[in-house]
Design a protein. Sequence first.
Length: 439
Amino acid sequence: MPYKNEEQHFIKEKIKDKPVSRKQLLQKGIATVGYAILFGFVSCLIFCALRPKLEVWFAPEDDHWVGIPKDTLTDEENPADSNTDAEQESTVDTEKKPASDKKKQKTVYITEKKEMTLDDYQVLQNELYKIGNEGNRSIVTVTGIKEGVDIFDSPYEATGQASGLIIGNSSKELLILTEYQVIEDVKSIQVTFINNDTLNASLKKYDGNTGIAVLGVPVEKISDATMNHIETAVLGNSLNLRQGKMVVALGSPLGTNYSILTGNITSVTNTITTEDRNYTVFTTNIVANAKGNGVLINTDGEVIGLFLKSSNIQKEQNTLTAVSISELKDIIELLSNGLNVPYIGIKGSTVTDAISKEYEMPNGVYIKEAVVDSPAMTAGLQTGDVITSVGKEEVLSMKDYQRILMKMKKGDEVKITASRQTAEGYKKFTCVVDVGVLR
């Protein structure tokens, strides 16, 4: 027996791995690299195959805002576009100034009167038609296709047509301005371009007040040939339009698309009152058709007005009447971006200083009608009330009211301050209106 203090030792064996040769290391390295390349290749194939779907599922939407520049009124003090004074000044100035001072010289106008011949008139007409033909590149035909059942329970398709206007390109969609009534409750919408290429379109938004709508046609579906045939329309400044200006009517002014009619502006002072908006309307000496619609362009080829089937200004007119495009631009911008047009539901007019003084009423917007079942009527506003502020902003005119309203969106709650006539005079009150959308 061993002693207690004697250490006991056991045999301990450590087995060492067989050393790896360089050849084996090289083989493993090559295999690893090969697997990595194979894995990368397969991953690349799978990613390329799934990329379109992954972009749709996970990529954020391209928030590309379609902006339409607003217009301002210029030359307000001298509305008449007369050249008489300019002609006199230019003649005097050229006589006084030395010939070497060319940069400071004004244009000399030849004022000699010359009788216009039929040939001259034909040349003028040809020039106007050139403008019209170029403008027609922005015109399309919009077709709404409806499904129905006749009295014998047989299904059928019915179509309605109107002209449309190319107003922009959001990089994903070509935007088309048209009338909603031709595409209301339809199964499908088709857009035919000037080269007869026809594509499906979808409704972005429409305005229940004016009856205008914006459609979208996927850019990827439009061929290069079609792109070379079409043009985006330029929406001009119609605030400075004057009587006597030459204009061209495009679209389907007489019911047939791609028509071209020429004429002059006969009046720019008429207005139409609609819900929440007042619009300037232009009258012309161009023959009208109750079924026609389209646009007015000026001699620069810019759109200055819309004439609409749905507008009540055209019903009793035998000449073409158009709504000022400048006053529609804020609505067109909202519709182009898929947004609703805010709605409160009053028909109003501006209480000017003269009216305020004569009738002892506050400045603001006089409510000529609170539309039945509108947010305004629900909130307690009545015919005869005068709106003096919306939210924290003062309202002194219909333009103020329209500008403030266009900043809102459906579902907003806004406090409106108004005055109501009583036996003791006008008394202020407030109400809260839930902003809606007119359908």
